[in-house]
Design a protein around this ligand. Structure first.
Ligand code: FE2
Ligand code: FE2
Length: 297
């Protein structure tokens, strides 16, 4: 298999075609929601993610759809518009799920259209690279625990895989844009991209600190946990159900899941390198004496 030159037409066709051909068509309203018993329902309601997920997916859909509408290259347009459609479907799925199972979510206004869709997409995309890396690991812990109904696990496995395709697209699209910008402007592109990535990382650190501080989080085995509020039931039982993880075993799982999720796609495409690279470096320095290792499934 011959390598493709990053920034070439062939590269654009490859990452767009990969994205379009791996799209799975289905409608959110056709999902058959499984009947949950009381315990399963309480577990689902106890997950501290619904407000954030509902708001973020709706906002991301508008951001990506705006770029899809404005893109003039037909090859890029088709893939970006499809990604916007998938984000809209994620938002619909979250809305249907919370409605079906009576999970209250805070109302939010309609998301604003971005003023600079290209850089907004880039910034959001790198945020997805950060979030997905850890989400893949967390999801796998949930999958192994069989803590949730298997139909819901299967549905969210599909959404995780869509996010893997999104981050694969974004790193290739960003590299394509960079390669096509005039040589003297590349340092400006790099600086702006680095600034956007740093802003996204800072957002996550700030959010984690707020969660830990505002909710009386305690640190155990390197993980911050919520210990108050509506998530009591979730956190108190989570050790028993999910098992204990050291920070090392959790990060190793994230690295492995990240590689597994991105492995089905054309090897000539770029993979997200920053977050896995930093985490792999960190793993070199973390102690190996984890008493409680993540057991392989
Ligand atoms: Fe999404
Ligand atoms: Fe996404």
């Amino acid at each position: 298999m011959e390598a493709v030159r990053i920034g070439s037409e062939e590269h654009a066709r490859l990452f767009c075609r990969t994205f379009v051909e791996t799209h799975r068509p289905f409608r959110a309203q056709d999902i058959v929601w499984p009947q949950l018993d009381e315990e399963q329902l309480a577990r689902l309601k106890g997950l501290p993610v619904w407000d954030e997920a509902a708001r973020t997916e709706a906002a991301t859909a508008v951001k990506v759809q705006t770029l899809g509408n404005e893109e003039t290259d037909p090859v890029l347009k088709e893939a970006i518009a499809l990604q916007g459609y998938e984000e809209g479907r994620h938002a619909e799925i979250i809305a249907l799920l919370t409605k079906t199972y009576g999970i209250p979510t805070a109302p939010f206004g309609s998301p604003e259209k971005p003023k600079n869709p290209t850089w907004t997409f880039l910034r959001t995309g790198y945020g997805e690279c950060l979030d997905s890396f850890f989400a893949f690991g967390l999801f796998d812990i949930g999958r192994r625990s069989e803590f949730f109904h298997q139909d819901l696990i299967a549905l969210f496995d599909q959404i995780m895989q869509e996010e893997a395709r999104h981050i694969l697209f974004i790193v290739n699209w960003a590299a394509y844009l960079r390669a096509r910008s005039p040589l003297p402007l590349r340092p400006v592109f790099d600086a702006r991209r680095a600034w956007n990535i740093a802003a996204q990382a800072f957002d996550r650190v700030k959010g984690a600190l707020q969660m830990a501080g505002g909710n009386g989080g305690e640190e155990k085995d390197g993980s911050k946990e919520k210990a108050k509020g509506t998530q009591d039931g979730f956190t108190l039982k989570s050790h028993a159900v999910f098992g204990d993880f050291t920070l090392r075993s959790f990060l190793e799982l994230c690295v492995a899941e990240n590689e597994r999720r991105l492995s089905p796609y054309d090897p000539r495409l770029l993979r997200p390198a920053l977050v896995p690279g930093v985490v792999k470096l960190l793993l070199k320095f973390l102690p190996r004496n984890g008493r409680r290792r993540a057991a392989a499934s």
